[in-house]
Design a protein around this ligand. Structure first.
Ligand code: SAM
Length: 258
C-alpha cells in the first residue's frame, strides 16, 4: 500500500479502525456458515474481518492498483474480482454462491443508490444488505410518512424488506475523511407483496412522487385519465399527497387501478 494514491472518482474512503470493522461484521449477524459479498475491498481491512467470520467471501474491487496488495493478504476463503460491480452480470455472480448470501460493504458513495437497486431488482438469493451509506441516504431509507426524507427510496425499500440504522459513523473514522457523516444500515430482504410485479409497482411509485407537492390526482393523471382515476378512487384519496401515504396505502391504490 506504499505510495497508494487515493482516487476520489472511485469513492475511496477507507476504514482502518479494528473496533469499527468488527462492529460492522457483528451488525451483519454473520455465522461461520455464511457466504458474503463485499463491494469495494479497498485495502482489504473489512475483507480480512469478513474472511474470519464467514465460510466464503466474494469481494469486488474496481481499482487494479489495489490488486497486488489484496492478493498479498493471502485470504484463503476470499475470491477477489477486479471489475466494476455495476457491470457484472447478477446471474453469473449469484451462481458463485451455493445458497443465500449476505452483502456487507463500506460502499463507494457515488453509486450507493444504483447498487441498492441492482440488488432489489435483479438479485434472487440475497438475504440481507449491511452497508455503509451517507447518513442522509440512511435517513431517507428509514424515514416515516409525512417527513421531508420520505420518498421513493423509503417506499421501495419497505416494499422489499425491513431496514434499520445500526449506527451513525463520524466522517473522521474514514481516510481520507469525506464531507459528510455516514450510517451503517441493515436491510433484511423479505418482499411483502410477492405477487405484485415489482418493476410495474416501481414505475407507479415514481409517478406518484413525480411532483412532491402535488396531489395524487395530479401526479397519477400522467399515467391514467382523470375520469378513470375518479371512477376508481375516493375523492379524499385523490386529494392526498404521496408523502402522506404508507406502503400499504400505495399497494391498495395500485391494486384498485390494475
Ligand atoms: N472496504 C474498504 C474499507 O472499508 O476501507 C474500502 C471502502 S471505499 C468506501 C469503496 C471501495 O469501492 C474503494 O476501494 C473503490 O475503489 C471501490 N469501488 C468503487 N467503485 C466500484 C465499483 N463500481 N465496483 C467495485 N468496486 C468499486
Amino acid at each position: 500500500m506504499k505510495d497508494f494514491q487515493f482516487k476520489k472518482k472511485f469513492g475511496q474512503n477507507f476504514i482502518s479502525d479494528k473496533n469499527l470493522l468488527i462492529a460492522i461484521s457483528n451488525d451483519a449477524n454473520l455465522s461461520i456458515q455464511d457466504e458474503v459479498l463485499e463491494i469495494g475491498a479497498g485495502a482489504g481491512s473489512l475483507t480480512e474481518i469478513l474472511s474470519g467470520c464467514a465460510k466464503k467471501v466474494i469481494s469486488f474491487e474496481i481499482d487494479k492498483d489495489l490488486q497486488a496488495h489484496l492478493e498479498s493478504l493471502n485470504l484463503k476463503n476470499v475470491e477477489f474480482i477486479f471489475q466494476d460491480f455495476m457491470k457484472f452480470d447478477m446471474k453469473e455472480l449469484e451462481n458463485k454462491f451455493t445458497g443465500k448470501y449476505k452483502v456487507v460493504a463500506n460502499l463507494p458513495y457515488y453509486i450507493t443508490t444504483p447498487i441498492i437497486f441492482k440488488f432489489l431488482e435483479e438479485a434472487k438469493k440475497v438475504e440481507s444488505l449491511t452497508i455503509m451509506v451517507q447518513k442522509e441516504v440512511a435517513e431517507r431509507i428509514c424515514a416515516k410518512p409525512d417527513s421531508k426524507d420520505y420518498g421513493i427510496l423509503t417506499v421501495m425499500l419497505e416494499f422489499y424488506g425491513n431496514s434499520r440504522i445500526c449506527r451513525i459513523i463520524n466522517r473522521n473514522m474514514f481516510f481520507p475523511a469525506p464531507n459528510v457523516d455516514s450510517a451503517l444500515i441493515n436491510i433484511e430482504i423479505c418482499p411483502k407483496y410477492p405477487t405484485i410485479d415489482k418493476h410495474d409497482f416501481f414505475n407507479f411509485i415514481k409517478v406518484c412522487f413525480s411532483m412532491r407537492r402535488k396531489t395524487l390526482l395530479n401526479n397519477l393523471s400522467s399515467r391514467y385519465s382523470k375520469d378513470f382515476l375518479k371512477n376508481k378512487l375516493d375523492e379524499k384519496v385523490l386529494k392526498m399527497r404521496s408523502e402522506d401515504l404508507s406502503l400499504k396505502d400505495f399497494v391498495n391504490i395500485y391494486e384498485k387501478l390494475n
